[in-house]
Design a binder for this molecule. Sequence first.
Ligand code: SF4
Length: 257
Amino acid sequence: MVSRVLGLQKGIIYGPVASRRLGRSLGLNLSPTAYKVCSFNCVYCHYGWTKDLTSDLSAYTKDLPTPQAVEEALEQTLETLDPPPQYITFSGNGEPTLHPDFEEIVDRVRAVRDRTGTRAEVAALSNSTGLVDEGVFRGLAKLDIRIMKLDAGTDEVLKRINRPAVDITVDVIVEGLKKLEDVTIQSVFVEGAVCNTRDEDVNAWIDRVEDIAPRAMQVYSLENAPALSTLVGVPAEKLAEIARKVKERTGIEADTY
Ligand code: SF4
């Protein structure tokens, strides 16, 4: 494992990256580039610790890209990129749905994709905390693919693993995910100084998965150096065991990475 967390993305567009889960994916970063702001402070985050932990970016707008800037940057990239990406993915330096104009940006990105004739699907990797906002919900619903985070079945594990901004609970997240159609759940499992793989953690998490009834599941462990350096990745056999339990209890196929 590399020993240092990744540097922040330096602009709106990055990649294309060869994503294990999304093939050749062009990344869209809607977050500041000089520091990390997020509604979670996940112990495994490969961008390191969250500097500003908040679910309200209204005080940060001067450091956020405008919808027009996102549209122009994407159009320029798609006009010159050969071969084109398979996916255009909202992800980046923090939670993309925290951007106050997220829905408008989704509309513009889809329009650019269509205008340039790029046959890429538009996706988001989201931590699910923005679903309480109607505009964010509508924006996510307009995407081709929604890959939404759920690492915890209880608030105790949420606090341990994701260390959220104070106003977020598992109940709120799950209620939002239940209303969103055609959702893929992504879940990270870790061990070491902090862990979410105890039987009671996994069972409570599967209860939530059952409640949400997603179309697909992605289960994985550390991909890069984590914020909390004493974390340990979960072996492939254990991830496969978790996936087997999900299938057994919910009938949903969980892919492991
Ligand atoms: S939600 Fe994503 S960006 Fe935010 S701290 Fe967690 S892993 Fe990092």
